[in-house]
Each structure stands twice: as structure tokens, then as C-alpha cells.
Design a protein around this ligand. Sequence first.
Ligand code: GAP
Length: 506
Amino acid sequence: MQAAQTLTLEDLTSFCIRKGFFFPSGRIYGGLRGFYDYGPLGTELRKEVLDDWWYFFVRRRVDVVGIHGCIITHPKTWEASGHVEAFFDYLVTCTKCGKEYRADHLLEDYGIKVPTLNAETISSLIKEKGVRCPECGGTLGEPAPFNLMFSTYIGPKRTKSNEAYLRPETAQLIFLNFKDVYFSMGMKLPFGIAQIGEVFRNEISPRGFLFRLREFTQMEIEYFINPRKLDDCPTFDEVAQMKVKLLPAETQEAGSEETITTTLQEAWGKGFIKSKWHAYWIGESLKWLGRIGINLEKVRVREHVKSELAHYAIQTFDIEYYFPFMGWKEIEGISNRGDYDLKRHQEFSGKSMAVEDDGEVVIPHVIEPSFGLERILLALIVDAYKVARGHAILSLNPRVAPVKVAVFPIVDKPEFVKKAKTIYANLKKHFTAMYEEKGTIGRRYYDADEVGVPFAVTVDGRSLEDDTVTVRFRDTKEQIRIPVSELVPTLKRLMEQDKETLEAGA
Ligand code: GAP
């Protein structure tokens, strides 16, 4: 595999499969497009990232609580949310071979920008530019909207009235439970409800390995605010001076992609970000992405232009990461959804969604940070992957590294193996750990580096005499020698130190 600058998608995919991060789902039957299973290392990485997200956005905060909603949802939900009507992409079908394409992606592949996503524009661009089926050269039919929701049937009857949808976003479950959370937990505005969970979208053309999937995981917060207090954010100081690379809608509409580097204070003050709470959540999101090890130099904050705004959004910013093989791509969306969702659920259910704030009865407005786990994992791995002196190193932050420590006997003689195995069994109670006794010690270090293990413990000749071991650091290759009895507290401290350094920089 290559250094990050020249990393191809194929390299990355084969590395992740080979090392047990992700596997194409149903691979023995040829795979299922848009579906990936997590392998053992991917599963640990996933858990670390999700746990840290939950800690950062829910547990450590006083104003956010979590829920865990259903995947199969009441069908009315998606009528009210607008997804039945408006959650679609345009599909074009080849009139000769019948192959189907997502129209805007097909045009993009031909280097054609789609200024406005509607059937007329797509149809005339296809005709004007002479776009044909890439598979057989056939003529393409007219673009037709294709709804992205997966449906299923509840109960034994397969009739329209039993049809229900698998949720395409976790957000709606939060809106459905809004009043119950508000009353049961005694919440006061402003407050947030968070949720992590699988979502399902019947993407026309899944692509980019983990980038565009049909089943993926979202981490979302709906943050509810009195509509008259959208600029009344008491914690804004915590992010005000953070610098961001901002790409406003008006710049893009003028045909440029040039970002401005600005503080969030300025971005809000100059009106680029309409509400202070929105700017605050952009700041918090960036802090967390930095905290788990994403290089913020490769991140920009791009405002949606009018024609791409979702049906519910007043203003949306995408947090985009620069992937070496795809360019700038969205890893998180942060939307100002106004009161769209609560008002629609109130209308469709006939149940009031209003709450009280300082004696005033209001339907809150919502700022929504919405993270896609798999895209974040992709960015993390791309960012961490380095080649030094001919060897690959996955410099994952110890906070999220799937395996925290490796244990090796320097040679596979019984007395070394016995001691190393005892140490390994003890470390396993505290950290995710791996053990290996075969191969040269150098080879074993490299193998551990390649999957991001930050610390390696080696049992050598001296260990048998004085009960000490060496601890090797993945990124610097430095080693320290410590007594076995101090191994657990030392490793814990090293990980903590790392966390503190990262937190100070975030
Ligand atoms: N509730 C708002 C919402 O769902 P979105 O921009 O459609 O907004 C949020 O999705 C995030 O989910 C995106 O920023 C992205 O990280 C992730 N995401 C969206 N579609 C995806 C797909 N097909 N495969 C993987 N991740 C996806």
C-alpha cells in the first residue's frame, strides 16, 4: 500500500479487508453492493469511536440525553417528515441494456456539473452533452425520481396498509420521542437528544468502499432551542476563537471553491452562519473530530447552496474531509432544521409539540449535527496511514486504536512464552490486547504497527531475571523498561497523557 498522498481506493479497500477491519457482506456469495460487515479490528475501532462520541456529546454534558429508537418505524413518520415525497435521487435507465444509474453521479463521471437537481436540467444535460450508457453505449431514458427508503411489511399480510419503512435517518425517532423525553426527564430548553444507530438507504449506486453504503450508522443530535433565543448561546465562548476553513454558499454560487479562514465568532458575526447555536455545534463537532485524531487541516466547512438544501433545512453546513482518492467529501452534516419536523409531526399526529420556556409556549427550532460513522472511520484510517522506512504504520490515536497493546516473547522458547502469556492474560483484563510468538521480533513490531497498536510489550532475557519488560512506542519506536507490576498503571497513564495532549490541542 502507498503513502497517504497517493493512496488509492483499491489499496485502502484491500488493506482494510486483509487486516480484518471490514469485509464485503456475503463475500462467499459474491458480496452485496453497498453492504460491509465489520471484522474483528473494525468492530473494536467502531466501538471506541462510538463510545467516545457518546462520552463527548452525551455523558459529559448536562444538556444532552440519549435515546435508542426502533429501526422499523411507524409509516406515518415518513409522510410527516417529507421523506415519502422528497427523499429521492434521479434514476436514468439505459433503453438498450437496462442498466440503471444515479443521474447526477453519471453526469459527474463525465465531468458535467449539475447546477440544479431537477428532471428537466438532468434531461437536457444528458441530451446536450450526448451522454450514453457507459456499459453498452445505448441511449438513456428520461430521469425518474427514485425513493431511497427501504420498505418492509409488518405482520403476515403483504399489503400497502402493512407497509413500513426502515429508518433512513435516526433523527425522526428523536422527533417522535421529543415530548416524552421532555416530560420524563424534566428537560428545559435548550437541550439535546442524541442517538446512535443503523440507518438504511436504497442508494442507486453505492460506491467508494465505506463512503456510500446502503446500511450505515449515524450519530445524531437534535438540539432544541427557543426560536427567539437562537443567538443566546451561553457556551459559545468555548468555540468562538476556533478557526475554520469556510466555503460559503455565495462563493460557490459565484463559481469559486476558495475557502476563507475565519473564527466561528467572525463567521457568525458577519452573517455567514445564521444562528450562534449553529456556529457552536460546528465548533463542537470539529473539536470531537480533532480529538479522535482527524487532521483538521484536511477539513473544511462547506455551506449548502440553495439548490442542494434538503426539504427541511434553513441552512446546512457539511463538514468535508479531503480524501486523496475522491477529493472533498461530506463526513458530517450540520443543519438548521428550524421547526419543520416538530410542526409536521404536530400536524400529522394532532399532538401538540409545543413546550414551555420562561412562561412562553413555543415549538422549538432545531440544530442537528449528523455524523456518518463509516465515513469518519474511512477518514480516520486514511489520515492515520503512513509509510516510514518501507513499513506501513497506522498512527491511530490510542483513544480509538482497536488494539491498545501487543505482547511478544522475544523468542518462542517455553520460559519466554510462559511469562509473556501470563502478562498478556493480565493485560487483556484492562485493554484490548494481542499476542504473537512466531517470526522475528522486528516483523512482529511491524505487523502491530500496521494495524495501529500504540504500545508493544516485549519479554526478553532480562525479564526472566528481574521481572521487567520493555514497552515500545509505535510512532517513535522508542522503548522504556519497566517492572511488570507497573505495566497496567504505566500503560493507563501513557494513554491518559496522550488524551490530555490531544484535548489541549482540540
Ligand atoms: N438527519 C440528517 C441526515 O441524515 P445526511 O446528510 O443525509 O443527513 C448524515 O446524512 C451523514 O450520514 C452524512 O454526513 C454522512 O456522513 C452519512 N451518510 C449519508 N448517506 C450515507 C451513505 N449512503 N453511506 C454512508 N454514509 C452516509
